[in-house]
Design a protein around this ligand. Sequence first.
Ligand SMILES: [Fe+2]
Length: 602
Amino acid sequence: MPLKSGAALRAASRQAMASDLIILGINAYHADAAACIVRDGKLLAAAEEERFRRIKHWAGFPSQAIGYCLSEAKIDLGDVTHIAVNRSSRANFFRKLGYVALRRPSPRLLINRLRNRKQVAHIADEIGALPGRPFTGAIDYVEHHLAHLASAFYPSPFREATVVSVDGFGDFASAAWGSGQGTSLSLDGRVLFPHSLGIFYQAMTQYLGFPHYGDEYKLMGLAAYGNPFCRHEVAKLLATKDDGSFALDLKYFRHHRDDIAYEWHGGEPVCGPLFSQALVDALGPPRSPDAPIEDRHRNLAWATQAVYEDAFFYLLNTLQQRNGHTAIALAGGCAYNSVANGKIKDRTAFTKCYLQSAAGDAGGAIGAAYAVWHRTGARTSEMTHAFWGPSFTDAELAALLTDRRAAIEAEACSVRQIGDEQELVETAARAIADGLVVGWFQGRMEWGPRALGNRSILGDPRRADMKNILNLKIKRRESFRPFAPSILREAVADWFVRDDDVPFMLQVIAIRPERRGEIPAVTHVDGSGRLQTVDRASNPRYHALIEAFFRLTGVPMVLNTSFNENEPVVCRPEEALDCFLRTKMDVLVLGTYVVRREPAAR
Ligand SMILES: [Fe+2]
């Protein structure tokens, strides 16, 4: 048989691909724009656009994330059979019409909604403008919350589960729930605009002086410092309903009558005040972002978290009693409320809980892709790790370090490669145990907002001053916010009150009271920790590093915070090296290369 030419081989391979189902999932024109590739039911790559654009929560069309996903899958757009989008302008269409007819919202609000609808319609044009062979497949628009539900259930280990999405808004709904059964997923109920638990939490976050998109986790951290003095006042904002859902008291909010839809400022979503004068009349003046935090603010944060949890668990318990399931899968922006997530097993009859690493809107990209894939009747496999982003070879890392030698030497740093795996992790572990701050850049970037041991900054959890050291050297973040531990999976029961898998750092669990004093840098004021459980199979090098730290110190965990300095988490080694050089980080482990700032330069 004659040998085929390169072009003929490529053509043959494309023909073979034509029989494949290759789905490009996207979340576009929404916060945390993102893309993924699912080929024959297998996730090959996923990444948020913010990591490439270097603008937090970037909210446009994710062209760079798409480019990355295609290159990782070694295909171009011409090979893609389906593009799945986590938005559908048809979803809840008659409900929208009914709302407009009955409530008569302001013309500006209507114009804004129509503009948003037009942007989604432009997706086909944006796809047409991407480089490479043109896309000739089908575009599938999947309702926003159905995509959330799919992003939670299909990658979960469950064959049968209650699935819940709780959010700000998407496709005119703020929450949805259903049942997952094998390869099918029902959408059984929704909470429609203008009622929203996400809006409730975001409005209170703004009121308490945290105005940026995604600041809700600051309120969540602050809540642990509060006391139950003003629950009653905050509870007025929200009521639960007999069917398990909830309704806002709309007089305290503006989103339903004024034009405060998210705007773009250089790609970052910005949202105007969601709370009304009635809320100010009821709770007093809002805190301005630069004003000191007082007890009143701490107590209101506590009350907000408590009221949120009451509504959230009321919904979960209603669904559990209705469905009888023991497993739950969660998604949507509110699924990042790791404090509430950590209480699910205490406050409901659910005994198993799964959250995918990108539980928020970015995750809608894989939700949409999986929703399309599961029409084939086959089930995708469980997502057990979050490492779906770009990686870089040792040769690329070496070339960067050579290229930047002058800048590295100017900062009095040395570079050496440690080829031996054990010596590499022991060197890093020793540095952490010596109180140094270590940048840890390895393998594929994480999918989702958490650094999980591939784009992380690591420190010693035993040092009471480590939080201040990190804030002084790098993070400069609010002193009330806790840092998180990455703990060996096999050691969880010895250190936390519940033995559980938390691979994506999306649950907060109480640390055993007798252990809290040993790990002050990762123990929050209420004795809890937002842990990440690390198993050998999903990240062998990170597991080995924590084991090495355990051998040195008797403590099977390290402090893990994201590798960034007031920017999106680093993606490329250039960004890691720049962050290392401009901050006072002590050590950078870049693959097998160790860059160390000499003691006199620290
Ligand atoms: Fe959403």
